[in-house]
Design a protein around this ligand. Structure first.
Ligand code: CAA
Length: 290
């Protein structure tokens, strides 16, 4: 154990954090949970940091990763020593979406029964503020994950998009609803229907992200913001977050339900099978419209 340096010039993890091949979340010596797909650190200034850690797959969000992420964030959410949460990936990718290889052969009924997107809902139920620190690819489910966070700090290198249409499906974890609310209907349509990606500066201009900073400091800047929020009155922060989300979500719920039904339905189409198979085989898809 002891001190752990996270990234160049990055934060110093104190107390119980430990970084090794697997991530460990340890709370006051009480619990020890090993994670395979994320790294968890408790940092000075009452900040809990979770890193997505499937670098070879550009942090593609498979079911196990999402379960681990929801478990770890909820453990930090319940910890009185933590005031604010930060979620990040690595310099190349925040996350390149839901894991296409895991979904490629799934039927609509498989998708309905697995209901993996329920893990995204668990993140939306966190009480403490959650800030995304985004560098590189932030696509599909990765962007939907970032948008569930309460704020987004972007590196200049960040690229935001909803490319699901290119593999024969549509966003299924809140994208059609949260992106539309964040950037407006016209830009959301272009991103979701025609795979338009946004640069970090465009994302800031359209109101998707809080600020854009140089790649070397995006995590430090996010942690600074998190420490400031963590220093504020905890109950007020919690209730204010809840109130903002209430205003935001009252009309969201129906949209999410519709979106999910439609997303799962797409797994009954031949184009979904073709789109995902083509991605994996690294060839162009042949659409049939059925
Ligand atoms: N799922 C599974 N594996 C993925 C992945 C994903 N979403 N994104 C990337 N990977 C894997 C690649 O298959 C590749 O693995 P191999 O080395 O085994 O071939 C590895 O990560 C590196 O990726 P690339 O070689 O493709 O890297 P690149 O730099 O050439 O391209 C990229 C980067 C443009 C992001 C490209 O990887 C890409 O287009 N990824 C898919 C993006 C996407 O379609 N996301 C939406 C997923 S569906 C979804 O998210 C549904 C939802 O709403 C819940």
């Amino acid at each position: 154990m002891g001190h752990v340096h996270a990234g160049s010039g990055g934060p110093v993890a104190i107390l119980y954090s430990q970084k090794c091949r697997t991530g460990f979340a340890q709370g006051k010596g009480k619990s020890l949970m090993a994670y395979e797909n994320i790294l968890v650190e408790r940092l000075e200034g009452r900040v809990g940091l979770v890193r997505l850690n499937r670098p070879k797959a550009l942090n593609a969000l498979n079911a196990q990763l999402m379960r681990e992420l929801a478990d770890a964030l909820h453990e930090l959410d319940r910890d009185d020593a933590i005031g604010c949460l930060v979620l990040t990936g690595n310099d190349r990718a925040f996350a390149a979406g839901a894991d296409i290889k895991e979904m490629a052969e799934a039927s609509a009924i498989d998708m309905l029964n697995r209901d993996n997107i329920a893990q995204w809902d668990r993140l939306a139920a966190l009480r403490k503020p959650l800030i995304a620190a985004v560098s590189g690819w932030c696509l599909g489910g990765g962007l939907e994950l970032a948008m569930i966070c309460d704020m987004i700090v972007a590196s200049e290198s960040a690229r935001f998009g909803q490319p699901e249409i290119t593999i024969g499906i549509m966003p299924g974890a809140g994208g059609t609803q949260r992106l539309t609310r964040a950037v407006g209907k016209a830009i959301a349509m272009e991103m979701i229907l025609n795979n338009r990606n946004l640069s970090a500066d465009e994302a800031a201009r359209f109101g998707l992200v809080n600020r854009v900073v140089p790649p070397e400091i995006y995590l430090d800047e996010t942690l600074k913001l998190a420490r400031e929020i963590a220093s504020r009155a905890p109950i007020a922060v919690r209730l204010a977050k809840e109130a903002i989300n209430k205003a935001f979500e009252n009309t969201l719920a129906e949209g999410i339900a519709t979106e999910r039904r439609n997303f799962y339905f797409l797994f009954a189409t031949e184009d979904q099978k073709e789109g995902m198979a083509a991605f994996i085989a690294k060839r162009d898809p042949q659409w049939k419209g059925r």
